[in-house]
Design a protein around this ligand. Sequence first.
Ligand code: NAD
Length: 443
Amino acid sequence: MDVTIFGSGYVGLVTGACLAEVGNQVLCVDVDVDKIALLNSGGVPIYEPGLDDLIAKNKQAGRLRFSTDPEEGVAHGLFQFIAVGTPPDEDGSADLRHVLAVAAAIGEHMTSYRVIVDKSTVPVGTADRVAETVRLAQHERGHAVEFDVVSNPEFLKEGAAIDDFMRPDRIIVGTDNPRTGELLRALYAPFNRNHDRVMVMGVRSAELTKYAANAMLATKISFMNELSNIAEAVGADIEMVRVGIGSDPRIGYQFIYPGCGYGGSCFPKDVRALERTARSKGYQADLLQAVEAVNDRQKNLLFSKIEQYFQGNLKGKTLALWGLAFKPNTDDMREASSRRLMEQLWAAGARVRAFDPVAAEEARRLYGDRADLELVENRMAAVEGADALVIVTEWNEFRSPDLSAVQAQLRSPVIFDGRNLFDPAQVNGAGLTYVSVGRVPAC
Ligand code: NAD
């Protein structure tokens, strides 16, 4: 089948490469000229495990192409995927500017029936706005052509995106038109062989399902972070509590890790956007507001522990940071906890020496060449002569360091661990003070 994907970011590129891999002819369109030039010259603008090989293979096979020309994109695919960004507006609601720009381009250029598939995360009611925008563009050029708008939210996780797309837990198709449902079912058939994962529902239910999933996951994290602060206050160990509650199958072990707050391009903006949607309909979503407030507070946790340890005297100190990305296996630093921490450390006059296996380039793009940020090539280079080590992202390679070597390098023998990677006794045994989350610090 012929497929066009508007937006060549994390979602668009993975969707395009995976649909090409199963034999479709895919054209990816993006407004970012540099991104498309890079993709056409063999580069890949983001880090996602396995993506570069998949793109190279399908380009070579002639099934995957890249363009900046929306007209070419509209002419190409029966399916017109919208996978552009939906960043937060000033008031936290989703900014639909990019989504509606694509809708207008489709309306302007289409000459035969098209299925417009909304993969971006968008508030309930957006499919109607996309349809209105397409109709308006058609009206302006005086040429009406039939089309359908489908909501098909994406659930991939950065860092495991290809596997998630190839073996999805569910494929949500929101449409009120059975014929369009069948077209989508046929497109997704290669990913749906083992058992039926396609769930066809109304457009509004599909749009809300995406927000519901992210809000539930964010709630689990904020719940555990709230509990970790209570555990600290009462002298309990949140890690014991975690396994204690996870053993209940109604609760489960997944997604109940305490830490230094969630970030990324989805949870923060989607919780906020859902709360704003509710508010716009006259409903006050107290729980969602609390989820956001707890997360915001948790992102200050590492700084306040560091400040307390150094008795407010951070001027001239060098903090080694392990991890910049908002989670492992990605270079994405959108709303990452590391950013809040670094900005607080800089404001207090401290310097940061950071190592991340893949996000250094993104940090350079975000912060430029600041004198108080040094990006180094490996984890031990970060700790050499630093005052303390702070762990922000739980990359696998941070899980089993030579703690004695770390201790020997640090000026103050202390680790602040925002991800609870270690057994406190082991860290203390190496002569280090260990300050983690929701566990009473031992010296
Ligand atoms: P991204 O910022 O990585 O990529 C978006 C791309 O869209 C950019 O390359 C941008 O240049 C392009 N774009 C903007 N306007 C365009 C236009 N008019 N025509 C063509 N291209 C245009 O974003 P992303 O992380 O891929 O997210 C895309 C959507 O998917 C968002 O709504 C997001 O919430 C949702 N989503 C993201 C993830 C994730 O893990 N990143 C997971 C599920 C859903």
